[in-house]
Design a protein around this ligand. Structure first.
Ligand SMILES: [Zn+2]
Ligand SMILES: [Zn+2]
Length: 320
């Protein structure tokens, strides 16, 4: 039984890859995109929710009290953040170099950037390399950490909090690099082909089920790998954190930030998930998550207080 469970765990990630690439290569993905945008991410989230029910994790912590915040955050980052970032960043990427340097940022036509398979490989490596480093900076630069820290206040990794993150934090790590590569002139279809590879394990890494990664832990960011990134106690000697990779774990191995302890052949997991070093509870108020890091939450509460109708002497609203 344990062996079947283990093999089943290992098969989930490759099965998702095969399914999404099957759809893309068969040309079916575009028509589904039209019908239900982001259907692939939604399908991964549903798979994660089912697995969380089937394979209960022994340290699971209920996320019910922050469910509203989770739903708003997921919807915003899935459907709004990318579009707004494109509207702000694309004009800057296209017009500023033209205005100040006298030429476009586009370096070459798609054909000049090499054969299709090479472009897919270069995009995959560029996206994962960029995300690794921007994520590392998001832990070490104080302002970026202010934005990113809300993602680290969750008390368990679950499908529900996969996209809980400040929109600017989310955009810097997940959107900007795709816009830059698109503007440089990579084949749009090559860019599209890398989306499942960069999206599946990045999303799946927040699955709260007790599933094992086995040898896949050393290639992809599995839940076992990502839990250590969210550990309340940072492993000794790892500075701000460990396991910064978003989809592939080999960048962490190359740059010395990979951490996945084993005991008697079993992969160990952190006992507690939460704000590094403890001390800050999860933030259930989405407005606070959105405005506080930008210094805008206090003015908003002041404005709300000013607008509030004063109460009568016995706590009742004054008669009109
Ligand atoms: Zn992080
Ligand atoms: Zn995370």
């Amino acid at each position: 039984m344990a062996a079947i469970f283990y093999v089943g765990s290992l098969a989930i990630l490759p099965a998702l890859y095969m399914m999404f690439y099957g759809f893309r290569l068969a040309g079916r993905a575009y028509s589904i995109d039209q019908w239900l945008p982001k259907w692939d991410t939604l399908l991964i989230l549903c798979t994660m929710i089912i697995l969380e029910r089937l394979y209960r994790y022994r340290y699971a912590v209920s996320q019910r009290s922050v469910l509203t915040r989770d739903i708003i955050s997921n919807v915003v980052n899935l459907y709004v953040t990318g579009m707004v970032t494109g509207m702000i960043v694309l004009p800057a990427l296209v017009f500023l170099p033209q205005h100040y340097l006298g030429r476009k940022i586009i370096l070459a036509s798609s054909e000049q950037l090499g054969p299709f398979w090479l472009q897919v490989l270069v995009i995959l490596l560029s996206v994962s390399f960029f995300r690794y480093w921007i994520h590392r900076l998001q832990h070490s630069i104080p302002f970026l950490w202010k934005l990113h820290s809300y993602h680290h206040r969750v008390t368990d990794l679950q499908a529900s909090n996969t996209f809980v993150s400040h929109p600017i934090d989310f955009a810097l790590r997940n959107v900007v690099i795709f816009l830059v590569l698109g503007v440089i002139g990579f084949n749009p279809f090559a860019l599209l082909m890398t989306v499942p590879a960069t999206g599946i394990s990045g999303t799946f890494s927040h699955c709260g089920a007790d599933i094992k990664g086995g040898f896949l832990n050393y290639l992809f960011v599995t839940p076992e790998v990502h839990r250590w990134h969210h550990s309340e106690q940072i492993p000794e000697g790892y500075g701000y954190s460990c396991n910064y990779g978003v989809e592939f774990s080999f960048w962490d191995m190359i740059f010395g930030t990979f951490y996945l302890p084993q005991k008697d052949g079993i992969t160990e997991q952190p006992a507690r998930i939460g704000y590094p070093g403890g001390g800050l509870a999860d933030e259930s108020n989405y407005l606070k998550l959105l405005l506080a890091p930008l210094g805008l939450y206090r003015p908003l509460s002041w404005f709300r207080d000013v607008l509030r109708i004063p109460k009568g002497p016995h706590g009742q609203q004054p008669a009109e």
